[in-house]
Design a protein around this ligand. Structure first.
Ligand code: FAD
Ligand code: SF4
Length: 448
């Protein structure tokens, strides 16, 4: 009889490169032309279509689906991209089950919603694959210069629309690559084949946009200087600082930030070399928590436990995402909060206290505790904006306050995406914010 050896913490190479490649392949493989034609013919082309109202970017869904059904996928793509220049990413990452597809009139008992996301991807991929000239033209040059801080979905969408309106745009990006969380955050099985970079390249095809990399506001550039050198500024810096658990031992080796874990995974050229725990605990109830848990399992962790302080109905992750975690073998424990990190140089375990709602609806600890043995904890309990150098702008609840034209309390400085107060933490909402802010900036510059 052989004795099983305990594995050392945070191993690499727990799975072969082939198994890893399979685990991180496309979550929803693309439609073939035949599938797209068949699915497009299920659309009822509703008048006042509820799917359009449910889309934060108001894509004319019946119109693009009809174009697919009549054999005009490039026309369909143009309809999509005119409302949402990142329609390719949104087709891959949008929680369509709570947006357009939930609203689809076919989403009734005996029937199923039209697969709008897959049709959108089919059309946009068809256009992008053929390296055609950029589908939109710039308006006559206005001579105005706009600075955009952050090359995430909000910043890039703003830059594209502003360039289209005839302005010259300079984007200042802290990181070495563009795309924001499209490149560094979305789950690897949603964004295969370097799609984030291909989409940015496509978007820049409009012309008139320059990106300066390695330029962080507050570190390399000052807001006052930017403001004095440009006619208007858009801030789309997303959320930077991850919340801490506030427990002793949080600095122990093995207690990691889920965002950093995902970023390393997205940037690794060979995922089989990435370290992952044998028994991973993920703390949180949103997209980041689910993505970190599923990807840790797919990297080869023996056991992944996701712990959330409330019930499934309170999670910001959608039912589909929660189901995805369970299908991938993630153990989900609700109604518990972390109270102690057990570490002896390196992480050994995590103690949780069970939680409940008291008579007034407040979340309280019940006093009952349990321990999970773990060698890697991934914290995913929310992020807040890094407020360096946002002087002059009102910040409330850790986010930038804007009016209904996306203007901050500092005149001439606009903001959008995750960093603003109304931020929905959805790629599609950030794209909409950027687009609408560019239109508002254009109007502001005409009257300034
Ligand atoms: C792990 C994870 C998974 C997610 N999954 C989904 C999903 O499946 N579907 C979905 O719809 N949404 C998802 N989201 C949410 C979505 O990614 C965000 O809502 C969206 O990316 C926000 O866009 P943004 O442009 O506001 O910010 P970001 O995408 O965060 O982009 C901000 C950009 O600004 C740059 N920057 C930051 N600070 C500075 C500075 N000081 N100076 C210059 N540049 C700066 C950053 O480097 C970055 O490029 C997920 C989020 C996370 C964290
Ligand atoms: S609601 Fe459904 S059936 Fe109606 S237009 Fe939208 S996708 Fe088509």
């Amino acid at each position: 009889m052989t004795t099983q050896q305990a594995k050392p913490a945070l191993q690499t190479g727990q799975m072969s490169a082939v198994a890893i490649a399979d685990n991180f392949s496309d979550l929803h493989p693309p439609f073939s032309t035949l599938q797209a034609m068949a699915e497009s013919n299920r659309c009822l082309y509703c008048y006042d279509a509820p799917c359009v109202t449910a889309c934060p970017t108001s894509i004319d869904i019946p119109s693009f689906i009809r174009k697919i059904s009549t054999g005009n996928p490039d026309g369909a793509a143009k309809t999509i991209l005119s409302a949402n220049i990142m329609g390719g990413t949104c087709a891959r990452a949008c929680p369509t089950e709570v947006l357009c597809e939930q609203a689809c009139v076919r989403n009734v008992a005996e029937d199923e919603a039209v697969e709008i996301g897959s049709l959108q991807r089919y059309a946009v991929d068809h256009l992008m694959a053929r390296n055609l000239p950029h589908p939109f033209k710039r308006a006559e040059a206005t001579g105005k210069k706009i600075a955009v801080i952050g090359a995430g979905p909000a910043g890039l969408s703003c830059a594209h629309r502003a360039a289209m309106l005839g302005h010259d745009v300079t984007v200042f990006e802290a990181k070495p690559k563009p795309g924001g969380l499209n490149e560094y955050g979305l789950a690897a099985y949603k964004m295969t084949n370097d799609f984030a970079q291909r989409e940015v390249e496509f978007l820049l095809g409009i012309g008139g946009i320059t990106i300066e990399y390695g330029k962080a506001l507050g570190r390399d550039i000052a807001l006052a200087d930017v403001k004095s050198s440009f006619d208007a500024v858009f801030v789309g810096v997303g959320l930077g600082a991850t919340n801490n658990l506030g427990l002793a031992g949080e600095a122990a080796s093995g207690v990691d930030d889920a965002i950093d874990f995902i970023e390393n995974l997205r940037q690794a050229s060979d995922k089989s070399t990435l370290p992952v725990g044998n028994s991973v605990v993920v703390i949180g109830g949103g997209n980041t928590a689910i993505d970190a848990a599923v990807q840790a399992k797919r990297l080869g962790a023996d056991e992944v436990t996701l712990v959330y302080r409330r019930g499934p109905e309170h999670m910001s992750a959608t039912e589909f995402e929660q189901e995805l975690a369970k299908i991938n073998g993630v153990i989900v424990r609700y109604w518990a909060k972390p109270v102690e990190i057990k570490a002896n140089g390196r992480l050994m375990g995590m103690v949780f206290e069970k939680t409940a709602l008291d008579a007034s609806g407040k979340l309280v600890g019940t006093g009952e505790t349990f321990e999970v043995k773990t060698d890697q904890v991934l914290k995913a309990i929310g992020q807040k904006i890094k407020t360096d150098d946002l002087a002059g702008m009102e910040i409330s609840g850790g986010k930038i306050v804007v009016d209904d034209t996306y203007q901050t309390t500092a005149p001439g400085i606009f903001a959008g995406g995750d960093c603003i107060k109304s931020g929905e933490d959805l790629t599609v909402q950030s794209v909409e914010d950027g687009k609408c802010a560019a239109i508002a900036i254009d109007a502001f510059l005409k009257t300034a």
